[in-house]
Design a protein around this ligand. Structure first.
Ligand code: G3P
Ligand code: MG
Length: 265
């Protein structure tokens, strides 16, 4: 009952957002170009760059031997041929697994380290949204390790840190007040734009269904914070959001680029 009609959303999208520049909205490949290659793997990130994404989104966990790895779930069953928890495995154990996730043509694809992903992305110039996966397990030291790696690779100005665990974002800000940060959230959150601005957090990452309710999208856009909506895969949703000036996080960057080109932005 809360879902707005597409026509109504378009009307709302036509309202001029205050304080927004005419900058082209950005397209982030969710776990890489995960519609075309196994999520959170090196081929998925390479494809994102080839398809014209402006950035990628990825998920980070810590291994038993304190290595930063890129995988979505806390456990191995869904995306690999292993079992158990990421936190209970060493990097060597994880990298012996297949991360092909049932997709043809990706035999031999492994769980990458964050370093491997960043080194691959560095020459592309793409932005990197590092999602710290600290909602189920609050990995000790994950914020500091991630910041140090990013700094060592000279990529601080291209990285945006996000998390559903807002204390993790607080830690990132305490360690490096100049780090670009964003709050992830899935449901309704009173005055989230004020909450973020008051804490020096520059981005809002709402779930798609959240911005389909009430006036949330325009409240967020009018706040002047960066708005990156996840996970947007439907062409009508992509068109509506990109036209309104929101960035999108999508499994299908090729489609999003095509939609954005059609808007002439
Ligand atoms: O960062 C956006 C999105 O990835 C958050 O949800 O579960 O896909 O990591 P999830
Ligand atoms: Mg994620």
């Amino acid at each position: 009952a809360f879902r707005l009609s597409y026509t109504l959303m378009r009307k709302r999208a036509a309202l001029p957002p205050k304080g927004r520049s005419c900058m082209q909205p950005k397209i982030f490949a969710h776990r890489g170009a995960s519609r075309y290659a196994p999520e959170n793997t090196l081929p998925a990130f390479a494809l994102a760059a080839e398809q014209g994404a402006d950035g990628v989104e990825l998920d980070v966990h810590l291994t038993r031997d304190d290595q930063l790895v890129v995988i979505h779930d806390e456990t191995l069953e869904r995306t690999t041929d292993g079992t158990g928890w990421v936190k209970d495995c060493t990097l060597a154990q994880l990298q012996a697994l297949s991360a092909a996730n049932g997709m043809d043509g990706f035999a031999g694809v492994r769980i990458p380290t964050l370093r491997q992903v960043l080194e691959q992305l560095r020459p592309t110039g793409l932005l990197v949204n590092i999602e710290l996966k600290t909602s189920v397990i609050w990995y000790a030291g994950i914020e500091q390790k991630t910041l140090e790696l990013v700094r060592d690779l000279g990529m601080a100005d291209r990285v945006i840190y996000s998390s559903f665990n807002h204390y993790s974002i607080g830690k990132v800000r305490a360690l490096d007040p100049s780090a670009r940060t964003a709050y992830l959230y899935a449901d309704i959150f009173c005055d989230v734009e004020k909450y973020a601005a008051a804490r020096g957090v520059g981005g809002l990452h709402p779930g798609l269904w959240n911005v389909k309710m009430a006036e949330f999208l325009h409240t967020y856009l009018n706040s002047g914070l960066d708005v990156r909506v996840w996970t947007v895969n439907d062409p009508d949703d992509l068109r509506w959001l990109l036209e309104a000036g929101a960035d999108v996080i999508t499994n299908d960057p090729a489609l999003a680029v095509q939609v954005r080109d059609g808007l002439g932005r």
